[in-house]
Design a protein around this ligand. Structure first.
Ligand code: LLP
Length: 381
């Protein structure tokens, strides 16, 4: 990624910088690799909801995957057809359900029987039909961080396989509910394709089970989760969409006229974004030296929350001789650390630093903790 350093000099740090060309190239690669007209993408808005980021995504003709009423509203305001919006989440409020029904979203991804009953009641009151998919917990281990794995039995998401038949029956009998499909999501930052192959097998088994009862669904939704290369963002700026779609093409059996939905978030937007910060101080400790940035865990929470590592770069003086630093933020928490024992070109007060691969779950997870100001967004020209 090329950073316009001259332009950055006059911009107040910290801010998120987005390379829109990389985003467009990523979208183009997805389109190239999808390879089946029955496959459809619903971009997971939670990864990044900036209008300038979602514009090319909408222009690609993709739908959007939302997890709150405000995300549904943002999608509608940014020109997504309501019919292209799917709405997931274990705790949808009555207001959110009513709003989504009133704009006529494409599908609710329903996570429990009580939720299904409430959607039915509101749909009856509005005299509309709610299209729903049932989110199934497939009990597939995605082998990812325990905070972002979602498809195991003990986890709050989805309907347990043992309860699925009963909930499917309920969906057929409840008024103003149209059961469209089954929904799955096994976790996030998945770089090994094996869990996806296992997911395909689970889906095939379930489809066979329901086919034997005379039930075929219009859609199957396999969620998102494809991972990216956080260590080598320049070597691998675009995720391995080829292998990803191939797994589904080779292993998932679709019924006639059945459509397959994907909800990719991170893999679309992570690499096009970086958090740009300035070194405030270099502080010499007894055994270490600290590069104290003006960006903190409130701007980019992933390292503090998941122990994630975003590649750190000195973009002001990349050719200076290397030294070892702990790179930390200014927030009053010991976990406000971006990297320990980082070998980086010599830094000093004012050095610009890029925290790479921050386009997904960076800005959307930023907070005002310590009453800090939310970071701005700056785009490539
Ligand atoms: N569909 C559902 C139902 C989801 O829960 C998620 C993400 C996605 C799709 C999109 O997954 P993706 O393709 O982006 O992996 N904040 C964490 C990630 C949390 C993911 C939550 N669900 C992080 O920064 O790593």
């Amino acid at each position: 990624m090329n950073f316009p350093i001259e332009r950055f000099q006059s911009i107040k740090t910290p801010f998120y910088y987005y390379d829109l060309d990389l985003l467009k190239n990523t979208i183009a690669e997805v389109k190239k690799q999808v390879g089946d007209s029955r496959y459809h993408i619903h971009y997971a808005l939670k990864a990044n909801a900036n209008p300038d980021i979602i514009k090319p995504i909408r222009e690609a003709g993709w739908g959007v995957d939302c997890v709150s009423g405000n995300e549904v509203m943002t999608a509608v305001e940014n020109g997504f057809e309501p019919s292209s919006i799917v709405f997931a989440g274990v705790g949808k409020t009555d207001d959110e359900i009513n709003y989504a029904l009133s704009v006529g979203i494409g599908c609710f991804n329903v996570e429990s029987l009580p939720e299904l009953e409430v959607i039915s009641q509101h749909a009856v009151a509005k005299n509309v039909t709610a299209k729903v998919s049932l989110r199934v917990n497939p009990n597939v281990d995605a082998h990812t961080h325990h905070y972002i794995t979602t498809g195991l039995n003990e986890n709050k998401f989805g309907i347990d396989l043992r309860h699925l038949d009963a909930v499917v029956d309920a969906a057929f009998s409840l008024p103003n509910i149209s059961l469209e499909g089954l929904h799955f999501h096994i976790g996030s930052q998945i770089t090994d394709m094996e869990p996806y192959r296992q997911l395909c097998e689970k889906v095939n088994e379930l489809q066979a089970h329901f086919a034997a009862k005379g039930i075929t669904f219009a859609t199957i939704n396999v969620g998102g989760g494809l991972g990216i290369d956080y260590d080598n963002p320049d070597l691998n700026p675009i995720a391995d969409f080829k292998s990803y779609f191939e797994v589904f093409r080779n292993n998932l059996k679709l019924a006639e006229n059945q459509q397959l939905h994907f909800e990719l978030g991170r893999s679309i937007v992570a690499q096009c974004g970086a958090l740009i910060s300035r070194v405030l101080y270099v502080k010499k400790g007894v055994e270490k030296q600290f590069a104290i940035l003006d960006a903190g865990m409130n701007d980019l929470l992933r390292p503090a929350l998941y122990g994630a590592h975003h590649k750190i770069e000195n973009i002001s003086s990349p050719d200076a001789s290397e030294e070892v630093y702990d790179v930390v933020g200014p927030v009053c928490e010991s976990s406000d650390v971006f990297g320990r024992d980082e070998c980086l070109p010599h830094m000093q007060r004012g050095t610009l630093v890029a925290l790479r691969s921050a386009g997904a779950y960076g800005e959307t997870m930023a907070s005002r903790y310590n009453l800090r100001t939310l970071p701005d967004a700056v785009y490539s020209e």
